[in-house]
Design a protein around this ligand. Structure first.
Ligand SMILES: [Zn+2]
Length: 283
């Protein structure tokens, strides 16, 4: 069975309203003909070359990614440009590309942050920064673990339920600290630290946390921190969005989630499981 691309886009936009996107964002259809049929849809975090290889090899008609291929304005898509080449390859393969980025972050129910809260088992999760006008929409989530954990146990839970990455899960704060109220933000959520503190969170799990804000956060009362790979924090959305689309279209399209790890960090060395406390720094 197939569904016209235009109808698939309508279904996606009913869940991931483009009006929820940041003004600087670039969401929606990147390439593809809304009148052409779609039978197979693949979901991925990033529109990388390896993911496009998977699209071409798998006869995929529509690739849905979280991250935009183009964020800055472009004036052409020549095939000798790295991103232009991907557009050419997709068009030649008859595959469309659709992006749901900050609108998917903010979406209620089946959005990126809702999926991250769900995979960690948070109950009663609500947006950390509610979006005006749409019930249950907004950035980040804060909710309760079913039972209290130490910070170290919570980090281990995150490592278990999120895709494994080279960077793993880093924590800042006393590993024995008891955490129950958890704030999360998929992607770069350092800007929500104050909101997490105001919401009474014991820990904020996000990615791309920088040295100075993390260091400053440990000097004051407030949440402990868990820093995970950006890719890992957003990945839980993929199976949720894929199943939602399949159900919304009454099973008329096949959906799949890319198994590729598109985290750009692929290896790390020099780990120590616990480096709190005194030097020596080496040996
Ligand atoms: Zn992201």
């Amino acid at each position: 069975m197939t569904v016209p691309l235009g109808n698939v886009i309508d279904a996606l936009q009913a869940r991931y309203d483009p009006a929820l996107a940041e003004p600087w964002d670039a969401v929606g259809l990147v390439c593809g003909d809304p009148s052409e049929p779609v039978g197979r849809v693949l979901f991925a975090v990033d529109p990388t070359t390896a993911v496009v290889d998977e699209v071409v090899a798998g006869g995929v008609d529509l690739l849905v990614t979280h991250h935009p291929l183009f964020l800055a304005p472009v004036h052409g898509v020549p095939a000798d440009d790295p991103k232009g080449r991907l557009v050419h390859r997709l068009v030649r393969a008859g595959a469309a590309l659709f992006v749901a980025h900050t609108n998917a972050d903010r979406a209620p129910g089946t959005g990126v942050n809702a999926a991250l809260a769900d995979v960690l088992g948070l109950a009663g999760a609500v947006p950390l920064e509610p979006a005006p006008g749409v019930e249950g929409a907004g950035l980040g989530r804060v909710g309760e673990l079913p039972a209290p954990l130490t910070l170290a146990e919570f980090a281990a839970l995150a490592a278990r339920v999120l895709p494994a990455t080279a960077g793993g899960v880093r924590m800042a704060g006393d590993p024995e600290r008891i955490v129950r109220r958890v704030a999360v933000c998929g992607g770069s959520g350092g800007s929500l630290l104050a909101a997490a503190a105001a919401a009474g969170a014991d820990v904020l799990l996000t990615s791309d946390l920088k040295h100075h804000p993390a260091s400053d956060a440990l000097e004051v009362e407030g949440p402990a921190l868990c820093d995970v790979a950006h890719f890992a924090s957003e990945w839980p959305w993929l199976p949720v969005a894929a199943e939602a689309l399949r159900a919304d279209l009454g099973g008329a399209v096949e959906v799949a989630v890319s198994r590729l790890r598109t985290d750009p960090w692929t290896r790390s060395v020099g780990h120590a499981a616990d480096v709190a406390g005194e030097p020596p720094l080496h040996g």
